[in-house]
Design a protein around this ligand. Structure first.
Ligand code: 6PG
Length: 248
């Protein structure tokens, strides 16, 4: 099921998304919960909104696992590192246990190697205690949208778009700065979710939302979810563009 919601501005969008993430975590009070995280400025506002609600999340922190959805091959403390941003804005403010924070180890590795290691971590988690029943890999998948239609590090024209077996792959060429190799979850992994939120804010995203609405085949239009898929847009992004749900 694909839904679309328009919020008045980027802060309200972040607050709405934070409420949905918290609801998903609290809805399963005895279960391990897995959340895939996006990079980018729009998701970052959501992480700040979640960090502000730390007291509500505190009792659940031991059972929530956070997974980076894509990473750039840069040093772990680089300003371009999605992991560094996630640590600073989300997992450190929430005091998430270190073993529950699943980042891509980029040190001294090729993109393919880093992806293979990350996939092992994901598979170990998926097969581990408490997750023996068949269930989606992620309870929540959070994604952003690039002006070129990419999501995670799935760029238009990339061989990564055609991967159907692996959960994480290396991406040699980024379609957008920083132009460094990346690691990304694949469509197959991202689709294994109970709830997927695609967060889109700002008027710069309006043209690409128009392209999606007109049915252009772009990485973001290939996103699926085993559960609910919700496009959360702010008013600047939505503009007059028709619902992306026509195209995805
Ligand atoms: C990344 C992201 C990427 C991002 C979009 C949207 O590593 O850059 O994961 O997919 O979410 O580019 O980013 P903005 O919200 O900053 O536009």
């Amino acid at each position: 099921m694909i839904e679309r919601r328009v919020l008045p501005d980027a802060d309200k969008l972040a607050a709405e998304a934070a409420g949905m993430v918290i609801e998903a975590i609290l809805a399963r009070p005895r279960e391990t919960v897995a959340i895939a995280l996006a990079g980018g400025s729009t998701p970052r506002r959501l992480y700040d909104a979640l960090a502000r609600r730390r007291d509500e999340l505190a009792p659940a922190m031991r059972r929530v696992h956070w997974f980076v959805g894509d990473e750039r091959l840069v040093a772990p403390d680089s300003p371009d590192s999605n992991g560094a941003m996630i640590r600073r804005h989300l997992t450190e403010p929430l005091c998430a246990p270190a073993e529950n924070v699943h980042l891509v180890d980029t040190r001294g590795r090729s993109a393919d190697d880093a992806a293979a290691c990350y996939e092992s971590d994901l598979r170990a988690f998926a097969e581990g205690d408490g997750r023996a029943d068949p269930r989606p890999l992620f309870d929540v998948v959070l994604l952003g949208l690039g002006e070129d239609g990419h999501t995670a590090s799935l760029f238009p024209g990339s061989p990564a778009l055609d991967e159907t077996a692996r959960w994480a792959v290396g991406v040699e060429q980024a379609g957008l700065a920083p132009f460094v190799p990346r690691v990304t979850l694949t469509f197959a992994a991202l689709a294994s979710s109970r709830l997927t939120l695609i967060l889109v804010a700002g008027s710069a995203k309006r043209p690409i939302l128009g392209e999606l609405a007109s049915g252009r085949d772009l990485p973001a239009s290939r996103i699926r979810s085993a559960g609910r898929l919700i496009w959360l847009l702010d008013r600047d992004a939505a503009g007059e563009a028709a619902a992306p749900s026509r195209a995805v």
